[in-house]
Design a protein around this ligand. Structure first.
Ligand code: FES
Ligand code: FES
Length: 182
């Protein structure tokens, strides 16, 4: 029989820039990135749907790439730039992908939506004008139990149109605001 006493491994210091803000924290080596974001930084817009890499509710951008933050340790993000759903809007102005989900009714309960939106942002960065098949393929790792996906596809197409035509962003009060990037 081994010693019943368990000794916690020493905490490690990580430095992560999240939504443009640098953070320096001590974390347990086994802490998942999603729990670091939610529990240590209070960024609860990133959801935990399964914790087993199935649902995509936890997707964030890590150095510009969409990742499931329940599959990554916080220590693996040391030195990285992370963007979460909280970092997308510019002040009162929604990101075009957020606007697309709003305009096209791409959500019902909204639980999957942060992950859907972060995956879509990554898709439109690498492919600004995706076909419907490409959209569906890119979102295969994001599960939605409510919408049937049709309006999510429309939301992505709306956002792609906004981004490629440089249309004006609309703020959260419904007023036309300054186009992004200007
Ligand atoms: S919580 Fe990460 S994939 Fe479901
Ligand atoms: S809107 Fe409810 S899970 Fe997608």
């Amino acid at each position: 029989m081994g010693d019943a006493t368990t000794i916690a491994p020493p905490k490690l210091v990580i430095q992560v820039t999240v939504n443009g803000t640098p953070h320096r924290n001590e974390v347990e080596p086994r802490l998942l990135l999603v729990h670091y974001l939610r529990d240590q930084l209070g960024l609860t817009g990133t959801h935990v749907g399964c914790d087993t890499s199935q649902c995509g509710a936890c997707v964030v951008a890590l150095n510009g790439k969409a990742v499931k933050s329940c599959t990554i340790l916080a220590v693996q993000a040391d030195g990285a730039e992370v963007q979460t759903i909280e970092g997308l809007a510019e002040g009162e102005n929604f990101h075009p992908v957020q606007q697309g989900f709003w305009e096209m009714h791409g959500l019902q309960c909204g639980f999957c939506t942060p992950g859907m939106i972060m995956s879509t942002v990554a898709l439109l960065k690498r492919n600004p004008n995706p076909t419907e098949d490409e959209i569906r393929h890119a979102l295969e790792g994001n599960l939605c139990r409510c919408t049937g996906y049709q309006n999510i596809v429309k939301a992505v197409q709306y956002a792609a149109g906004q981004i490629t035509t440089g249309s004006q962003a609309v703020n959260q009060s419904g007023n036309v605001g300054t186009p992004r990037g200007e």
